[in-house]
Design a protein around this ligand. Structure first.
Ligand SMILES: Nc1ncnc2c1ncn2[C@@H]1O[C@H](COP(=O)(O)OP(=O)(O)OP(=O)(O)O)[C@@H](O)[C@H]1O
Length: 252
């Protein structure tokens, strides 16, 4: 069974069709990479999948359940199964909240529907420290504010927050784009570790074909709102690739 199934998704802004019949499946345990030039609709797709935007037509099925037009109340118990990590961790964290408050927020929101497998909750302090430990940060970070952290540390915090309710799927929308090369590498390694330890599936959106190649089992290529190519990662250099994929490969 597919964890996520997207069928003929269409999204229009004004008169501009930004997503054109986008269809794909993502299997449990899989990392599906998504690449394509700036403006091709990658972030719009991720916002539609998260139901931050309403689609014009098409279906989004999570665990075989249609979610594209569910009410907020009906979506709530399903919504805990998928989380998103954005490109800019500074914008994703409330500057007025200490890290511990940001980390507790999703748990407190969903606690009635949660039965945790990997984390335990005996106290707020212990839970926050377990989360920080999972993303390679010291427990003392809990008492700090976002502006007291580096970009790499902030992205680790947003990852800790995303995994705190043990989702099955995490949408990674260019999670390393705002970081320096060394921090990018360590976040990629962390993503690999978290996937293995927490049995996660990823939709990994990135401009960085090298990073996508490293983390993903399959790669999907978008151009001007359409999926133009989809293949197993080891087939990236095969002759039958779409000309646009070949163009992307030649840049890297
Ligand atoms: N809220 C909006 N209102 C109107 N147009 C929008 C809106 N959001 C995105 N667009 C347009 O939709 C198209 C796709 O944008 P989107 O941000 O999804 O691309 P992207 O592939 O994620 O780009 P990047 O890699 O630069 O983040 C662009 O032409 C953009 O201008």
């Amino acid at each position: 069974m597919s964890l996520l199934s997207v069928q003929n998704l269409t999204k229009t802004y004004g008169g501009q069709q930004v997503l054109k019949n986008v269809s794909f499946d993502l299997k449990k345990g899989e990392c599906l990479g998504l690449v394509g030039e700036s403006g091709c609709g990658k972030s719009t797709l991720s916002r539609c999948l998260m139901r931050l935007e309403q689609v014009n037509s098409g279906k989004i099925l999570f665990r075989n359940q249609e979610i594209q037009s569910l009410s907020s109340r009906k979506l709530m118990p399903i919504r805990k199964g998928f989380q998103i990590v954005f490109q800019n961790p500074t914008a994703a964290l409330n500057p007025k909240l200490k890290i511990k408050a940001s980390l507790l927020d999703p748990y407190l929101q969903y606690r009635k529907q949660l039965s945790l497998r990997y984390f335990s909750f005996s106290s707020k302090e212990q839970f926050v420290s377990e989360l920080l430990n999972m993303v390679g940060l010291p427990a003392s970070i809990a008492e700090r504010y976002p502006h007291e952290l580096s970009g790499g540390q902030k992205q680790r915090v947003t990852l800790a927050r995303a995994i705190s309710i043990e989702p099955e799927l995490v949408i990674l929308d260019e999670p390393t784009a705002s970081l320096d090369v060394i921090s990018q590498r360590s976040i990629l390694h962390l993503l690999e570790d978290l996937r293995d330890q927490l049995d996660l599936s990823y939709l990994f959106i990135s401009h960085d074909l090298t990073a996508v190649k490293e983390l993903s089992q399959r790669i999907m290529v978008m151009k001007q709102g359409e999926v133009v190519d989809m293949f197993r990662t080891e087939e990236l250099f095969h002759a039958q690739r779409n000309p646009y994929t070949k163009e992307l490969v030649s840049i890297f």
